[in-house]
Design a protein around this ligand. Sequence first.
Ligand SMILES: Cc1cc2nc3c(=O)[nH]c(=O)nc-3n(C[C@H](O)[C@H](O)[C@H](O)COP(=O)(O)OP(=O)(O)OC[C@H]3O[C@@H](n4cnc5c(N)ncnc54)[C@H](O)[C@@H]3O)c2cc1C
Length: 356
Amino acid sequence: MPIEAPDVLVVGLGPAGSRAAAVAASAGLSVIALERRKTAGSPVQCAEFVPALIEHDVPAVRAVTAQKVTRMLTFAGAHPPKVTEHFQGLMIDRGAFDRLLAQEAARDGAECRYSGTVLSVDADGAVTTSIGAHLRPKVLIGADGPRSPVGAAIGRINRDLVDTRQVTVPLILPHDATDIFLSPDYHGGYAWLFPKGAVANIGLGVSVESRRLLKPLLAALCENLANERRIGTRTLALTGGAIPVGGRLRSVGHLGRTAVLLAGDAAGLTNPVTGAGIASAVQSGTLAGRAAADFLGDCPGAIEAYDEELGDIFNAALNRALRRRREVLACYAGGGRPDTRALSDGWIASPHYWAA
Ligand SMILES: Cc1cc2nc3c(=O)[nH]c(=O)nc-3n(C[C@H](O)[C@H](O)[C@H](O)COP(=O)(O)OP(=O)(O)OC[C@H]3O[C@@H](n4cnc5c(N)ncnc54)[C@H](O)[C@@H]3O)c2cc1C
């Protein structure tokens, strides 16, 4: 089997990988993008909320938007919800969003191969795949999600993960807010109801050690919401998945002569409190594609500069979220539990969250 040697190999065609592939291919590089799924974005493992500002990076997002969100309601304890006005977001069809970005990458010249899993990445940067191909790229971009094999090859592993479970159910009345449910039962996470037209995504995330509680806790939340006549009882879809919550990993490395860049979840760019990672995947993927082009265009410093730029953009927000997450988790020490105040202070709707 001959060894292929593209300028860039992108592993994963989620938002980060598609963006990286599109930008690198647009710069004239030969780009192969490998995705283990049959199509990009399917099955969906997402609550499908993005900040409205993502439209600057992905103007076509409107074509895949199901509805707008204007507020956030935070439920903690028995109090009425705290209302956060001017919380502008979009509920998207995530499958269509990922397909759109992958199509843009192909249109820009990346060769996108599906149903191909990266099986191993060796110390020289040689990549073995399930579809028989062997590749030795000049630049390897790991956009392969929270349990990134490319990241593992350069010793960057997301060790702190939240596990999630989500159902899509009928929504009885139209809703314009994301609802957030905080509870000491949701160890290391929270629950959500995100409206999407006539349906809602209702989900729950908890630290992996508590994952056995996901099913009963989500069932109890859904029962409450059905009793309040907010949702129907029919489950239209069920999903879940891991979310990295340990903060940013160093996103660059070398395997022999191959330069390695990580983007999106693989680089630990998901917010440790909210779990949001689509916008940062798009942004980091774009920068990774550009860094690959600069590096191969005779700018050897472009690899380190990529990691520095990610730090400049994301460190402040991710480090704040990490601190808040740890403050809440500390309340469980010695068998304790966070009270309503501690839970609220650790959530983005609270002024305390944003304090120094
Ligand atoms: C239940 C849930 C709800 C979420 N809700 C939201 C939300 O509402 N808003 C938000 O902003 N974020 C949300 N997130 C987080 C968000 O989905 C991620 O941050 C985002 O998908 C990261 O994009 P990515 O491109 O880095 O990785 P991914 O989207 O995970 O893409 C990685 C791709 O790599 C592929 N891949 C992995 N390993 C291999 C391999 N060995 N070979 C080939 N291909 C491989 C995968 O199949 C996948 O397509 C949620 C996550 C979960 C689990």
